[in-house]
Design a protein around this ligand. Sequence first.
Ligand code: S5P
Length: 267
Amino acid sequence: EKESKLTYLQRAEKVKNVTGRRLLELMEAKKSNLAVAADVTTKAQLLELAEAVGPEICMLKTHADIIADWDEGTGPALAEIAKRHQFLLFEDRKFADIGSTVHHQVSGGLHSISKWAHVINAHSMPGPGIISGLKKAVAETDSEMAKSLGLLLLAEMSSEGNLATALPGYTQKTIEMAEAEKEFVFGFISTGRVAGDDFVYLTPGVKKSAGGDGLGQQYNTPEKVIGEKESDVIIVGRGVYQADNPAKEAKAYREAGWRAYETRVSG
Ligand code: S5P
């Protein structure tokens, strides 16, 4: 793929999934390509973080299953904050099972993900049935919100030795699965741009300085991820929520990510 000079707004026209388009549009409107990974462990911390970083982000990435006191009210409370600050909710459940099982996992259980999330993700490991299972859950819902759910596939991972990156053909096969389901799949978790301008790329493993966490995570800077690797969205967890002032730190990451984007599309 040749270097992409298209703006997020120009890219929005190429994306078929309605949530993918909305994401690119609100990124341009808020001048933010920052997603914060809210890996805190209580409902109060989660809502407080969402409120604090809300003005700076295009997306809040959650792990609902690490919240000790998740209850029926948590999803709606997040959705209210997301609506007020204009960002999307991405539940990073990383579905990885057969179609029939993920069909229940996305809509049922304690977390009822499809009732409050705008974006979900899945591993391509099980094959295309995983997309069919998630799609079936969306088709069966009577919630307007769930009808517009967007799916991301994990084309690569950030962690050292991950098989998505190590196995020849894994990323390419994942892209082919996405190409076949463009109404639903609007992008990838990847280290950078791995396919065309009609997909959105979201990259975790981002910090002010490169390095690791001792548990396999590998960090790159916003400049490298957006500028050189041509990803679209930086996902920052500990870099933001472990800072003394997460709101201020989110602003700094937003500005760094946006500068790298402006340099890329104007350069
Ligand atoms: O390959 C991946 C995919 C994901 S979604 N590597 C990742 O680190 N993630 C997620 O990004 C991970 O689950 C975590 O929520 C976040 C990175 O957090 P940080 O604290 O290392 O910035």
